[in-house]
Design a protein around this ligand. Structure first.
Ligand SMILES: NC(=O)c1ccc[n+]([C@@H]2O[C@H](COP(=O)([O-])OP(=O)(O)OC[C@H]3O[C@@H](n4cnc5c(N)ncnc54)[C@H](O)[C@@H]3O)[C@@H](O)[C@H]2O)c1
Length: 336
């Protein structure tokens, strides 16, 4: 039985608690949040112990796995404390927004034999799993070029994430699409060049980029273009638009998650309801649920996580280089 302690009971922590509560091999043993109102509500809902400090939760000694679902830039302390107590863990993306922190976290995770899953949830998303199978079967051939876009409407930085001004759309969204490119190609990035625009959100006191564009050159010359924005109008038919095109020597593949098979025109909005997250038989049928249920299976069967701290570190190295390139206006070489 996997006894979970969830650190950060916001959007993601709440969703994970719901998934765990439906898994026969897992239990929401404890929840932790600095927001006492949320903490009380969630501990009552799941009959779980409540903590405002994750150290107290871990010191109590009755959980064997944690989920770290605090804001982007706040994963380090919980990861280090849990890993040094040999607790397995699922950590939200980005693994960290600092390469140094990632290296420190990776070292402690390895030293303590912790099974760490970094939550690159697209690896559990049907269109992306399907594409991976096609690529692995050799039907695309050597990949020459990848184009990927992941955009949010303004709702995300303005209403959904109170901490948007302390992150960037590149830290929040690029982990997904850059991880997909790494997963598909298995290739390592050699050089990064990026530009960023800081106008609209900054004028509204959210001090972050509106959009970021990055060109990645992989060691074998493969190129990738990655783009993200946080300022799509709220009338956009989905909150998060994700597209990808992969061009190989044999075939190309295009993925478009804006197209959700169902379209709805209401008096003030045209929407594409989110079909890929529809509950089936009362179970959340969405990538993060498949990811967490898969991780519980890994822990129950002594398997290995599909996306590890190593993947998280590599991902952060690339996204940190993207921010460095925006800052300096120069290409940034990825160190060996
Ligand atoms: N929301 C999404 O769509 C989404 C999707 C994929 C990944 N993520 C990632 O998940 C992580 C969490 O995102 P979210 O959207 O759930 O954020 P959120 O703001 O909804 O939740 C974060 C929670 O952490 C709590 N918190 C802050 N400091 C804490 C501390 N020291 N100890 C315990 N709790 C603390 C906050 O009170 C809040 O309830 C981020 O890294 C984000 O990038 C979010």
């Amino acid at each position: 039985m996997q006894k979970f302690g969830i650190i950060g009971m916001g959007i993601r922590g709440k969703m994970y608690a719901s998934v765990i509560s439906q898994n026969p091999n897992a239990e929401v043993k404890a929840v932790c949040d600095t927001n006492e109102a949320v903490l009380k509500e969630m501990s009552e809902k799941y009959g779980a112990e409540a903590y405002t400090d994750f150290r107290d939760m871990i010191d109590r000694g009755d959980i064997n796995v944690v989920i770290v679902a605090t804001p982007d830039f706040m994963h380090r302390e919980a990861v280090l404390y849990a890993a040094s107590h040999k607790l397995n863990m699922m950590v939200e993306k980005p693994f960290s927004t600092s390469v140094e922190e990632c290296r420190e976290m990776t070292d402690v995770i390895r030293e303590n034999g912790v099974k760490c899953l970094v939550a690159f949830e697209n690896r559990w998303s049907l269109p992306f799993i399907n594409t991976k199978a096609v690529i692995d079967a050799g039907n695309v051939g050597n990949i020459l070029n990848i184009y990927a876009l992941l955009n949010d409407t303004e709702y995300v930085p303005k209403e959904m994430l109170p901490w948007a001004g302390k992150s960037t759309p590149a830290w929040f969204l690029f982990p997904h699409i850059i991880d997909m490119a790494s997963w598909y190609t298995g290739k390592e990035v050699k050089r990064v060049y990026a530009t960023g625009v800081k106008k609209k959100l900054a004028a509204e006191n959210i001090d972050t980029y509106d959009s970021v564009e990055a060109i990645l050159t992989y060691k074998d010359g493969t190129s990738g273009v990655f783009t993200t924005t946080w300022v799509l109008p709220e009338s956009y038919p989905v909150v998060a638009d994700q597209k990808m095109m992969i061009v190989g020597e044999k075939s190309s593949i295009s993925i478009d998650l804006c197209e959700q098979m169902v379209k709805m025109a209401s008096p003030d909005k045209f929407q594409n309801p989110r079909i890929l997250g529809t509950p089936v038989n009362g179970h959340l049928n969405a990538p993060p649920a498949h990811m967490l249920n898969g991780y519980i299976d890994v822990l129950e069967n002594d398997g290995e996580p599909l996306a590890t701290e190593e993947d998280g570190l590599r991902n952060t190295i690339i996204i940190a280089a993207i921010h460095e390139s925006i800052r300096t206006g120069m290409p940034v070489d990825i160190e060996e």
